[in-house]
Design a protein around this ligand. Structure first.
Ligand SMILES: Cc1ncc(COP(=O)(O)O)c(C=O)c1O
Length: 387
């Protein structure tokens, strides 16, 4: 049976063939660190890292490639900002949409440094009201955080409206772009984000082990590095360099991962983000349509259209979520994810917490119409058999 991969919200698969080639080339032919050697292969690595930084800057909307920091994954990227910026009784406004890679650092900062959080509710379609950010501001508010799109419902959030409120109050806005980078044609920085964290291995099509950070220049002074050490620069000094990107990039970079990411980003640039977004929107619409005719099936989040990415959560009456996912895999080789998807609070708003969450289908650039038809038919048959 052919593998039908519909878990692109966790990590994208397959990657463009050039990504696999770039990782192998980096390991077999280059085998050199970044910023640390003066031989030919090391110089080539340095050039490739610079080029990747430039491509990431384009994708995120950053004016200067030095504002881009490479991290280990989306979680690492979020921690870099949250733990680097917040302390000592600060206050944060975030939302019920957030992933545990925001919620757990906030809880840790609360327990260790008395950082208080206001977590805003979301409406029936999983969208936060921007005005709630304004209402939650107090004199200690140091940061707004919002996911660009929910990893449970796919709902796009009103980032530019939130950014305008953040600007009015002089508060930085951190956008968790894990589910939009490479999928969505508006960059978080162009929408007004002053800080961005994202995975490199989801929509950006890089290998696992890659993450992306953007920091607006005026915030660099306020964000302490969490990881200190060798940068290959200013080695005579025992102080961490202050300049970007070295301030936040101690230790050897994931060169094979970053070179693979470069190949993924080049592929995205060739296809065009608008083309990729339209492809995913078409398939999302088809899957939502097909699901709407299945008895006892409930879809969560916004209807088909411009306001969502290709992440679809469902529940099938009479069938337990993990059982549905397990049968899809064992009988059809259709791969999806069941559970809370590391975003527990939104399930309380959706009313899916008690059932242990939802079954999530997530679309990527290589998903085909056939995949969608197979998935919808399989869910229909499982419903008919088990209900
Ligand atoms: C909204 C959101 N934020 C953060 C993350 C964490 O990203 P990573 O898996 O790269 O650590 C994810 C991943 O599932 C996500 O969906």
């Amino acid at each position: 049976m052919r593998r039908v991969y519909l878990d692109n919200a966790a990590t994208s698969w397959p990657k463009p063939p050039q990504v696999y080639q770039a990782v192998e080339y980096a390991m077999r032919q280059l085998g050199a660190p970044a910023g640390r050697g003066n031989y030919a292969e090391a110089a080539e690595v340095d050039g490739a890292i610079r080029e990747t930084r430039r491509l990431v800057a384009n994708l995120l909307g950053a004016g200067d490639a030095r504002q881009v920091i490479f991290a280990a994954n989306g979680t690492d990227a979020l921690n870099l900002i949250l733990q680097g910026l917040l302390g000592n009784s600060d206050h944060v406004v975030a939302t019920d949409l957030e992933h545990n890679s925001v919620l757990r650092p906030l809880r840790y900062l609360h327990d260790r440094h008395s950082v208080a959080s206001t977590l805003l509710p979301v409406g029936a379609q999983g969208v936060v009201d921007p005005d709630d950010f304004r209402k939650a501001v107090c004199s200690r508010t140091r940061l707004f955080v919002v996911s660009h799109a929910s990893n449970v419902t796919g709902a796009i959030q009103p980032v530019s409206e939130i950014a305008a409120i953040a600007k009015d109050h002089g508060i930085p806005l951190l956008v968790d772009a894990a589910q939009t980078v490479g999928h969505w044609d508006q960059s978080p920085v162009s929408l007004g984000a002053s800080l961005v964290a994202a995975s490199g291995h989801k929509g950006a099509l890089g290998p696992l082990g890659t993450g992306l950070v953007y920091i607006a220049s005026e915030l660099v002074e306020k964000i302490a590095p969490r990881r200190l050490g060798g940068t290959g620069t200013e080695s005579e000094s025992d102080q961490q360099p202050e300049q970007l990107p070295e301030k936040y990039e101690s230790g050897n970079l994931n060169v094979p991962g970053i070179l693979g990411l470069r190949a993924g980003l080049e592929w995205i640039a060739e296809q065009g983000l608008e083309t990729l977004r339209r492809h995913e929107q078409d398939l999302t619409t088809s899957l939502l349509d097909a699901f709407s005719s299945i008895p006892g099936l409930r879809c969560y989040g916004p209807p088909a259209g411009r306001n969502r990415v290709g992440v679809i959560s469902i529940a099938l009456e009479g069938v337990e979520n993990h059982e549905l996912a397990a049968i899809l895999e064992s009988s059809y080789r259709i791969q999806v994810r069941a559970g809370l998807h590391c975003a527990p609070r939104i399930h309380r708003s959706l009313g899916t917490f008690a059932a242990g969450g939802t079954v999530r289908f997530s679309i990527g650039p290589f998903t085909t119409r056939d995949d969608i038809i197979l998935a919808a038919d399989a869910v229909r048959k499982i419903g008919e058999t088990l209900r």
